[in-house]
Write a protein that binds this ligand. Structure first.
Ligand code: ASP
Length: 429
């Protein structure tokens, strides 16, 4: 049995959390491969190491010294080393990194050093071997992971040993460090699991798993026990943000289950992802909800939509507008557009379309939200929509984006709609 365990920044923010991670890892002999993030915030108002590193890069690129910021980073890692009673000469490592920093040092290279330092310390704490991700995780120049090459490199480097490897970064073909987008250590963990044909990818974080609804709106929502890969991807597409969006694909390709667990409550099972598709077809149920705010809905009514719909979508994309969903019926095209920060462009674009298709009805409705319900079976759909309508939140449009049902409601009524929908979920499940 092999488990890949990845710990996020909140689980590694200080020495006491490093020790907690050690206890979790060493309590199960199958946890032989550990992926770590940079140290995160210790408390509200604190800074993530990665944020400080990006700031260092910004200072250097403007020719301003980053010494004060760098000292804060050094203090954090020296405190972790001392608080865990480790011997690692981290000062030498920190001096070496600082000595190499210039105005030309790449942003990714600087940003990656938090994960690198975390992994060096964690390796000593666990008595595992440090394997630098620069030695196995390879990208092409377009920033795409070279999957087969990376898997082969990690297999030969790990070679059955217990290892710690830093998350978030790898190398380009010329050896320069390249990072994923923020939160990318989740992807490193997933790639390591795929490379080593692990039995399980455990992603340890600061929440109990994927929640059935936003806890800022619904009091004490349930934790979803099991999801298929497709269901998690559908929820993430709408707005669920527990994992990096690219973290599912590598484990999904190799059908490795993924479990989200809470470092603060290791006794809880969390959410397990990788439920076989067939198991999602059992009893009809409402699994959970996700939402996306600040949307606009463009509706174009015309006969002969086939050509026109392509043109409309092209015009929107040329204007840099982010189309979240589109559906073309016989006489109506409906497009949901992410409107945050693009209201002016959206108005200009709508005017351009109206001028171009003068005999076509083009309606734009703004200040909307998507309330997405993840359903198993469609039997409960009418009940759900009726409950939302009865709460006083009109459903302007219903889209079948299986396994999710998308209900388009007024942004101002989103919270009411979610609470009403969640209460249906509670009575049924
Ligand atoms: N440390 C990086 C970040 O803050 C990557 C990660 O934590 O996954 O985004």
């Amino acid at each position: 049995m092999l488990k890949i365990t990845k710990f996020g920044g909140s689980s590694l923010a200080d020495a006491s959390r490093f020790l907690r991670v050690r206890d979790i890892v060493l309590s199960d002999i199958s946890r032989r491969v550990v992926v770590v993030s940079a140290a995160g915030r210790r408390h509200a108002g604190d800074h993530k190491i990665t944020d400080l590193l990006y700031l260092c890069h910004a200072h250097l690129s403007y020719g301003v010294s980053c010494w004060d910021l760098w000292r804060r980073i050094c203090d954090r890692y020296i405190d972790i080393r001392n608080g865990c009673s480790l011997q690692f000469p981290i000062e030498q490592e920190l001096e070496r990194i600082y000595a190499g920093l210039t105005a030309q040092t790449g942003c990714d290279e600087i940003a990656s050093r938090g994960e690198y330092l975390s992994a060096l310390l964690m390796a000593e704490l666990l008595g595992y071997t440090f394997v630098d991700s620069a030695d196995w995780l390879q990208f092409d120049y377009a920033g795409r992971v070279l999957f087969e090459e990376s898997c082969a490199s990690l297999q030969s480097l790990a070679d059955g040993r217990k290892i710690v490897t830093p998350g978030f970064y790898g190398v380009l073909p010329n050896g320069a460090i390249h990072t994923f987008s923020r939160g990318g250590s989740d992807v490193t963990g997933s790639l390591a699991a795929a490379a080593l044909h692990a039995d399980l990818y455990e992603n340890w974080t600061d929440v109990t798993g994927i929640l059935a609804a936003d806890p800022r709106i619904v009091t004490n929502p349930a934790t979803i026990a099991q999801l298929s890969y497709e269901e998690l991807q559908a929820l993430s597409h709408v707005g669920t943000q527990v994992l990096h969006e690219s973290a599912v694909e590598p484990v999904r390709q190799r059908q490795i289950p993924l479990q989200i667990r809470n470092t603060w409550q290791p006794e809880l099972p969390g959410t397990r992802i990788g439920l076989p598709r067939a198991d999602c077809a059992g009893e009809p149920s409402i699994v959970g909800f996700a939402g996306r705010r600040n949307l606009a809905m463009l509706r174009v009514a015309s006969s002969g939509l086939t050509q026109l719909s392509g043109e409309v979508l092209q015009t929107l994309s040329r204007a840099g507008l982010n189309v979240f969903y589109s559906a073309c019926g016989l006489e109506q095209l409906t497009v949901l557009i992410d409107a945050s920060g693009s209201t002016e462009r959206l108005h200009e674009c709508t005017e351009r379309l109206r001028a171009r298709y003068a005999n076509t009805q083009i309606k734009l409705r703004e200040n909307l939200s998507i309330l997405a319900a993840l359903l198993r079976g469609t039997e409960l759909l009418p009940k759900l929509v009726a409950a939302v309508q009865a709460s006083g939140a009109p459903v302007h449009y219903l889209a079948d984006a299986r396994p999710c049902l998308l209900m388009i409601v007024n942004d101002s009524q989103y919270e009411t709609a979610l609470r009403a929908a969640y209460s249906v979920c509670q009575t049924i499940n």
